[in-house]
Design a protein. Structure first.
Length: 314
């Protein structure tokens, strides 16, 4: 037998062993994940970009910036970042051009602008519009970074037709330390105000936290370590999905582990994060996470760096 043939057979055997090992790891993970399993999707099950981007380009024409639209609150119709600046020079989102101002188009058609001081930027793709405190009026939730203090979550609102800063939370207190919002919804349960879920420092061992906005303040509810919801340099910020997976009327949050090689499903009873499942994957999650259904029929879809797509089901 030639040396070339032996080498080819060894490579084939090694590849088969790797595939078997990956299958065994995933199977063991499924057994330990409360009944959740990872199933490789067929190429036609999901589009190349699993979650379509429904937001349009921001009128400011800053590359990659998107505009948010209001749906269930009054006062603000659309919002986006404007006045491009490169004064921060972090590059977490792929370049060093950030927004230096927040622009909102009001329900009556008037446009209003809040310009940041030279020490701050919006290190974000698009603001989020939500009624955080249940009064029917829109708040605008942003990721704001300062030259000395890094990223924080800042809530803006309207006073008359003027945008004003309402509250600041989840400060990093160090330059070039970023955070990414994972979702806004009723994670803590009940019919009251919604909460803001976020991951602080998602590139260097992230911490999942939950904030509540009430009385003009952002209050920290609980936190847990070992998460990520962003790959450094990517403009994809949607590496998280929310669903009521157990039918109790409270949202759970699915997002990657710190190395992005597992999907962690978290519940927030009493506002404190608790893991209910961790599903191992053969490569790192790098695409927006899709979710379909609810309760026992919930299905998450995750796209990985190796180009494959996986369904996370029970």
């Amino acid at each position: 037998m030639s040396a070339i043939r032996v080498t080819a057979e060894l490579k084939t055997t090694f590849a088969a062993a790797l595939a078997l090992t990956a299958s065994l790891v995933l199977a063991a993970s499924a057994q330990a994940a409360g009944g959740w399993t990872a199933q490789k999707a067929n190429s036609g099950d999901f589009p190349r970009r699993i979650v379509a981007e429904g937001r349009g380009a921001a009128p400011s024409r800053i590359p990659g910036m998107l505009a948010a639209s209001a749906r269930h609150c009054s006062g603000v119709a659309r919002a986006w970042y404007s006045e491009p600046t490169s004064r921060y020079r972090h590059g977490a989102l792929g370049d060093t051009i950030e927004g230096g101002a927040l622009t909102a188009r009001l329900a009556g058609g008037l446009t209003t602008v809040l310009k940041l001081p030279e020490t701050e930027v919006f290190e974000d793709i698009a603001p989020r519009i939500a009624d955080l405190d249940g009064d029917g009026k829109c708040e605008i939730v942003t990721i704001l970074s300062s030259l000395s203090g890094g990223g924080s979550i800042v809530v803006f609102g309207l006073e008359g037709t003027k945008l004003v800063r309402k509250a600041t939370g989840a400060r990093q207190n160090r330059s070039h330390r970023w955070l990414n919002i994972a979702g806004i919804g009723r994670y803590a349960g009940g019919a009251g105000p919604v909460q803001i879920a976020y991951v602080a420092t998602p590139h260097i061992g992230g911490t999942l936290g939950l904030l509540r906005y009430s009385g003009g303040r952002l209050t920290q509810l609980g936190s847990a370590s070992g998460f990520s919801n962003h790959a450094f340099g990517s403009r994809e910020l949607r590496l998280a999905a929310s669903a009521d997976v157990d039918g109790d009327g409270r949202l759970e949050l699915a997002l990657p582990s710190a190395d992005r090689r597992a999907l962690r499903i978290m519940t927030f009873g009493g506002g404190r994060p608790k893991e209910i499942a961790r599903i191992a994957l053969p490569s790192a999650i790098d695409k927006a996470i899709a979710v379909r259904g609810k309760g026992a029929r919930t299905v998450f879809a995750v796209g990985l760096e190796d180009g494959s797509t996986w369904r996370i089901v029970r």
